[in-house]
Design a protein around this ligand. Sequence first.
Ligand code: URP
Ligand code: ZN
Ligand code: ZN
Length: 452
Amino acid sequence: MFDLIIKNGTVCTADEMFKADVAVKDGKIAAVSEDLSGCECAKVIDASGKLVLPGAIDAHTHLAMPFGGTISSDDYFAGTRAAACGGTTTVFDFVLQDFGETMVDAVKRRDKLCKGRAAVDYAYHVAVKDVSGKLLDSIEEAVEYGVPSFKVFMVYDFGVTDGVFYKILEKAKQCGALIGVHAENNEMVNTLTEKFLSEGKTSAWYHYMSRPEFVEAEADRRAIAWAKALDTPLYIVHLANKDGVKAVTEAKDEGYTIYAETCPQYLEFTCDVYKREDGRNFVCSPPMKGEESRQALWEAIKRGDIDTIATDHCPFQTSEKDWGKDDFTKIPNGCAGIENMYPYMLSAANEGKIPFTKAVELCAANPAKIFGCKQKGSLAVGKDADIVIYDPEKDFTITNEAMHSDCDHTIWEGVKLHGYPVQTYSRGKLVYDNGDFVGEEGWGEFVKCSLK
Ligand code: URP
Ligand code: ZN
Ligand code: ZN
């Protein structure tokens, strides 16, 4: 006897779309078959005219993150509640290592905040700050613990030096970890920032001007050069510029394992947003770039040179963004997006920009594969029953009022989508139903990842 059968829908995987019924038992996909009529089942849902998709995996979030003089405004409950309502059933949150702390201690410290709070399943990456003494070796312990992915920042006051980055890549190669990188040239950012401030150029536009295309591109190329030198994989987070795209394409064509992630905000907006009255709400790093970069990202998606879409969800309240009204350096960096990723990419598919299979590949299948999240990202029998039912006919205009995050605004306000998720299941449990969060705080479980 099954717990749930989703009947008459069109199943969409990363490879194909086909009419099928999907059965769930004990939180797992139990059957995917042309016709499950006649099977005993506690509950049957009719998904005629709808798509049945694997839940998305957001491989890049910053929940309750201390940053920019405050803490990002979605905690583990609010952020994962919003995720569920946008069809995202697993989030990878960044644990920022403290100086002197081992990688596993950092994970355990953050897990105390998350345990009992998350509404969907979660995993972690560790953002590495300190590899002094035995701390470099503690990467191995984290890999065994189920956290085999790490990030280095080339910017911010907690960014690492080139030498430390190299050491981390070397260790990752030794123990089978994957390193992600926030690539921007810190020296250039600081130099340009100083110059603009001294000239009295303090508006949000100068956030972009102090981190233009070449500032990101140069760092992308440098990071790729080291990964190539060591012949170890590298994952570039939130890629946003056209020359960085070119560098990724070249490295892939040469046969190197360089993964690239981009975010919906870089696919939708350009640097022109920084000229708007509410421009500071769009301040994130790297900033949105010019139209050519936006186009280059879409072309790279179509070519297969972008591997994943993630959100970099790191929202701050309007009052905090306002700290930078007269000085862009005081604006906490980051924007909300956790609820918008899957609907945005699926809407692009619905409008014919990319195939639906591509949206599933980028938002679910690839993050599961790349980060070793083996029970997620697919509707194959035996996988977790993380399922989204999507109505391609439902038009939706994004408003902050309709979102489920704790942030008081969204950069996505007014963006129109064609098609929208109507239900989300997390391990077989209904957590989102036609506009409403119906899940439970604490339902989410830690997902152990393994790259072996
Ligand atoms: O502006 C951003 N992206 N804030 C979050 C931290 C980061 O750089 O990923
Ligand atoms: Zn970053
Ligand atoms: Zn980030």
